[in-house]
Design a binder for this molecule. Structure first.
Ligand code: HEC
Ligand code: HEC
Ligand code: HEC
Length: 134
């Protein structure tokens, strides 16, 4: 072994620096990580930015939007109360069904059969309609 690689009184400062650098390396890397980490993919399309709130607070909507929709449907179908919330109206603020409702439902393995009757199109359907419907 060469003399200079052996820990001696003289070079121990250098060795200490090397060890300190090694020990701190993971910390430094984790601090710098955002510099090269890919942007996380946005899971849900953000709602229309003209609005700050949903029909009810976001927490309620996240977990209970189906109750709201079912109550509204009851009101309309059974009691004939109209002019309030509509299913198609969700699309006023959540523009692309595919990147909002569908995305979440796919993950949760929920299938809806609403879209045959209710007008709430995905972006692709809209494009097809605009492209083909002269
Ligand atoms: C067979 C056709 C059909 C299907 C499928 C259907 N609906 Fe409806 N829905 C209607 C009709 C017709 C009305 C009454 C519309 C009116 O009178 O304005 C209505 C009204 C509603 C309303 C109240 C007002 C409105 O226009 O949104 C809600 C909410 C609703 N449905 C939710 C749903 C949901 C959620 C699903 C899927 C789970 C669904 N519907 C599936 C036909 C359907
Ligand atoms: C007037 C615009 C508007 C309408 C109409 C609207 N939303 Fe929202 N929605 C928002 C906004 C804004 C947020 C985000 C609120 C927040 O982050 O505090 C939101 C959030 C949500 C969330 C929670 C998303 C999450 O981050 O987990 C759900 C679920 C939701 N909306 C469902 C619906 C449904 C279903 C309808 C139709 C019945 C609807 N929204 C109609 C504006 C709207
Ligand atoms: C944050 C995720 C999320 C978003 C966004 C979301 N949903 Fe849902 N939705 C769910 C989950 C999870 C369920 C199933 C809940 C259960 O079975 O208890 C569900 C259930 C439903 C149901 C009831 C289905 C049934 O057969 O009982 C309807 C109707 C519905 N969602 C409509 C919508 C509409 C319309 C939108 C878009 C405007 C939307 N959802 C956006 C997560 C979401």
């Amino acid at each position: 072994m060469k003399r200079s690689t052996v820990l001696t009184e003289k070079n121990r400062g250098t060795w200490a620096t090397v060890f300190a650098a090694l020990i701190l390396l993971p910390l430094v890397l984790s601090v710098l990580r955002p510099l090269w980490a890919a942007e996380p993919e946005v899971f849900l399309e953000a709602p229309d930015d003209r609005w700050e709130n949903c029909l009810k607070d976001a927490e309620y909507m996240r977990f209970h939007h189906m109750d709201l929709l079912k109550e509204t449907r009851e009101d309309v179908m059974r009691a004939g109360i109209k002019g309030g919330i509509t299913l198609a109206g969700c699309g006023d603020c959540h523009h692309n069904r595919e990147l909002f409702c569908d995305r979440c439902h796919e993950k949760a393995s929920v299938t809806l059969d609403c879209w045959g009757c209710h007008y709430y199109l995905t972006e692709q359907e809209l494009e097809e309609l605009e492209g083909g419907g002269e």
